[in-house]
Design a protein around this ligand. Structure first.
Ligand SMILES: [Fe+2]
Ligand SMILES: [Fe+2]
Length: 448
């Protein structure tokens, strides 16, 4: 068949495919997921995708100004009936979707169930992709929005996604008992460092959006960002900065060996289950020590990040006091700060100020010198925190100032709570503003 004859046929098939997708989304609202009507539709969609794929590696559906494109060709008719599909893609913060060769029924089932009711508050299409992968859908992925906001953060998004991909890969390998590679982790940490030097706010804001995940991947990435901010301020040797970041990224890798039923349990843990969780530092050290590119700093960080600086107390429990490594002292502070300020299914996040109070009260459990330096780097209001000013305006912390309680902020909302247009989002140095106009921070806004 000539290409010119093939094209209209392909577009007709693509239109039928979109219509079937729309129908499945409607069916999901009426029937339960395993219902024969839904199964039947999924089979039909699978046949259509396979036909459209032919020998090619992938097909894409993209949204451009309310119109669906198949590849680069507009599907004008299908777009009219596809409002729900376009709406769902936008809720997934996606500008389209790609179907890859080798797609199976399971991929489609997971994808369509997800698309029919995406979790609320997804912040990036990559977050949606990560959830999809966890649900066993490896052959369908969301594509990024082509809007300005996403493009501005593109570098940070790519870097962050690479880190999350690495953590996933490491977890899978550890679960299978395979050795884990450290070199790709170090490469990614080096990229994170470059990104932190150029645009730290984007990375911190992205990391804040991560939702709770069972295997603590978001937690590990955030702990790494905190440790990197610390080491950037106190150590100029790039190699050490990278090693600290990698140790932080992998500090909880031992959790891969703890059964998920225990990690995800919402009930009070039995003493045996608690003991199993408390073994994750030992498991982590064992996993990291078996790595071909073993780094003693990573092994020490995984082993000691729940130990007390005095050498006794915390876990793993030792029979006699033993020195606690510097990396463990740092990771313990970062780990607890992250856990306190992040949302979990069972608790609201603390504001940074509340978290500092808790940390300052943990006398013998933390190294006071490390904690003081860490607070100095992060400031009372760390990067990416939303604060309320005495004037009633809401602002975003975009950098630290000369004093830890007076950061640099960007105005986001006006006195009556109205969102400010871009051109009115002024940057204020609060040490200056306080001196000149008496403007100060009156509180923290947990989420916007
Ligand atoms: Fe841990
Ligand atoms: Fe941790």
């Amino acid at each position: 068949m000539s290409e010119s004859a093939a094209k209209p046929l392909q577009l007709t098939r693509a239109t039928a495919f979109v219509e079937e997708l729309v129908l499945v989304l409607v069916n999901y609202r009426i029937f339960f997921p395993g219902h024969p009507r839904i199964k039947e539709s999924i089979q039909k969609v699978l046949g259509q995708v396979e036909e459209l794929l032919g020998d090619g590696s992938s097909i894409t559906l993209k949204v451009h100004e309310e119109t669906l494109l198949f590849g680069e060709e507009p599907l004008v008719g299908a777009s009219l009936s596809a409002a729900r599909l376009i709406q769902r893609l936008s809720e997934c913060r996606a500008g389209g979707v790609e179907f890859l060769q080798g797609i199976k029924e399971r991929d489609l089932e997971s994808f369509l169930a997800f698309l029919s009711s995406p979790p609320p508050m997804l912040k990036t299409y990559m977050e949606a992709n990560r959830i999809l992968e966890r649900k066993g859908c490896g052959k369908i992925r969301f594509l990024r929005l082509s809007g300005r906001e996403e493009l501005e953060n593109e570098e940070a998004l790519t870097v962050y996604q690479d880190v999350m991909d690495y953590l996933q890969e490491v977890t899978i390998r550890a679960c299978k008992g395979e050795p884990i590679p450290l070199a790709p982790g170090k490469e990614r940490v080096a990229k994170v460092l470059r990104c932190l030097e150029e645009d730290p706010l984007s990375l911190f804001r992205l990391a804040n959006y991560e939702q709770f995940d069972l295997l603590s991947l978001g937690h590990s990435a955030r702990v790494a960002l905190l440790a990197l901010e610390f080491v950037r301020a106190h150590e100029s040797d790039r190699n050490i900065q990278v090693r600290v970041g990698t140790a932080a990224l992998l500090h909880d890798v031992g959790k891969s060996w703890v059964p998920v039923e225990i990690l995800g349990s919402r009930k009070k843990l039995t003493p045996d289950q608690r003991r199993e969780i408390d073994r994750h530092p030992l498991y982590g050290a064992e996993i990291l020590a078996a790595s071909k590119e073993m780094d003693p700093m990573a092994v020490a960080g995984a082993f000691g990040h729940h130990r007390n600086p005095g050498g006794l107390g915390g876990y793993p429990r030792l029979l006699a006091p033993a020195p606690v490594s510097n990396i463990s002292r740092l990771l313990k502070v970062c780990d607890i700060y992250e856990a306190l300020t992040a949302p979990r299914p069972y608790k609201e996040p603390l504001t940074p100020v509340q978290a500092w109070r808790v940390l300052l009260g943990m006398k013998s459990e933390l190294d006071p010198g490390v904690l003081k330096k860490f607070m100095g780097v992060m400031g009372l209001y760390p990067l990416g925190t939303f604060v309320k000013l005495g004037s009633g305006e809401i602002a975003l912390v975009v950098g630290q100032g000369r004093e830890m309680h007076l950061p640099r902020v960007k105005l986001i909302r006006g006195r009556r709570g109205e969102a400010l247009p871009q051109e009115e989002q002024k940057i204020l140095d609060l040490s200056q503003e306080q001196k000149e106009k008496g403007i100060r921070i009156s509180g923290t806004v947990v989420s916007m």
